[in-house]
Ligand binder design. Structure first.
Ligand SMILES: Cc1ncc(COP(=O)(O)O)c(C=O)c1O
Length: 381
């Protein structure tokens, strides 16, 4: 038996009920149907129903954030976080090239321009060293604002991403943001249940966001959440995402161009039911990660482990191959033989909509582009 055949056999043995074995398939193991039936029976299906605030409260309890605002998806939660925190037309926002396109879409939807900085080898997240070096070499502080010397524009915020659920060195990044007068908005879409030095990801900066897309640890079908300790951000995000309508029992007065982005109760019902057994999900995924680690060690293939000082949710397990050819052989074989695997997203600075924005040295991102592959990571029943 060849190595790829052995791997396919092993992965199939972990998920005997799935054919093909998908990358991340939702499992519904709690009161999802009961709560959905409650929405339909009570007719509370829009965002007015009890499950939206129940889910927001549960997320506050899990993360320790003071405020949580449920949205239709993670992309819009990030968009609302950026504009509610003060990102404006023409601003620049630093992020990583190794991310899902939604991070950049939210920045551009906020009328800002992304600037791409590299990730680091240990965490797969934004490199604090390269961030600091870029800021030292390319910016100056004028009247409390960080000005990009190359463009003359204000760099307003940094959006690091906790890749595949592994926390980046967010405390170091936070200190750099403070030094350079930058907002810190965490794209924690993938890291519900992940902690850095005992503190939940998404709670280190001005705001953080989660995604409850169908492929995440906890799903609402589609959904997202903004978390923050800053009351003004929470109030602004809630207002903007609820059509910017002034509260009144019958008058319709909108004071700004609003958005209609609040999560419906019917979606929150599913997510709330899932959050009730989040610990089971996290334990199950941690066990799978350990099993993969042990198995792939016997095959001479490196798995990505949670970084130092952190506890990862192991959203997507990841293999590192020695080169692009090995990576491609593996992708070919597994996808042709009933096991869904995929490389990391095409790097943002190589995509048509983002290729003309500024970027720094991205050699580590390119290194990972040649080598990393995600493998099936659903909760095992
Ligand atoms: C890093 C990252 N940012 C943002 C998002 C956007 O979330 P959503 O799909 O809920 O809009 C996702 C996931 O889908 C993601 O992985």
């Amino acid at each position: 038996m060849g190595i790829n055949e052995r791997i396919v056999t092993y992965i199939k043995s972990l998920y005997p009920e799935m054919n093909p074995v998908l990358l991340h398939c939702p499992q519904f193991l709690g009161k999802e149907k009961e709560y959905l039936a409650e929405c339909i029976d009570t007719k509370y299906v829009s965002y007015v129903g009890r499950f939206v605030s129940a889910m927001e409260d549960k997320i506050k309890e899990i993360t320790g954030a003071k405020y949580a605002v449920a949205m239709v998806n993670g992309t819009e939660a990030l968009h609302m976080a950026l504009i509610s925190a003060g990102v404006r037309f023409g601003d620049e926002v630093i992020t990583q090239s190794l991310t899902f396109a939604a991070t950049c879409a939210a920045i551009v939807h906020s009328s800002a321009s992304p600037v791409f900085i590299d990730v680091e080898k240990n965490t797969l997240g934004l490199s604090p060293e390269k961030l600091k070096l870029f800021l030292l070499n390319n910016t100056r502080i004028v009247n409390g604002e960080c000005i990009n010397k190359n463009t003359g524009q204000i760099i307003k915020a940094v959006v690091p991403m906790h890749t595949f659920g592994h926390p980046c060195q967010i405390d170091v990044i936070k200190n750099i943001c403070d030094e350079f007068h930058l907002l810190l908005i965490e794209d924690s879409a993938e890291s519900l249940g992940s902690y850095y030095k005992g503190k939940h990801t998404g709670t280190f900066g001005n705001a953080g966001i989660f995604s409850f897309n169908g492929n995440k640890l906890v799903t609402t079908g589609g959904g997202g959440m903004l978390i923050t300790d800053d009351e003004s951000i929470a109030v602004k995000a809630q207002y903007l995402s609820t059509t910017a309508k002034q509260p009144h029992r019958w008058e319709f007065v909108h004071t700004e161009v609003g958005y209609n982005l609040r999560m419906p109760s019917i979606n929150a019902a599913v997510g709330f039911a899932q959050l009730e057994y989040l610990q089971f999900i996290l334990d199950n995924k941690r066990q799978t990660a350990q099993m993969y680690h042990d198995f792939f060690a016997t095959q001479g293939i490196q798995t990505i482990h949670e970084p130092k000082d952190s506890q990862s949710n192991y959203w997507l397990n990841t293999l590192m191959f020695r080169n692009r050819n090995e990576r491609n052989d593996f992708l070919e074989y597994t996808n042709a033989n009933g096991v869904q695997t995929r490389p990391i997203w095409t790097l943002m600075h190589k995509l048509d909509p983002y290729k003309n924005y500024q970027h720094d040295d991205l050699s580590v991102s390119e290194y990972f582009d040649d080598r990393l592959v995600n493998i099936p990571s659903s909760v095992r029943i």
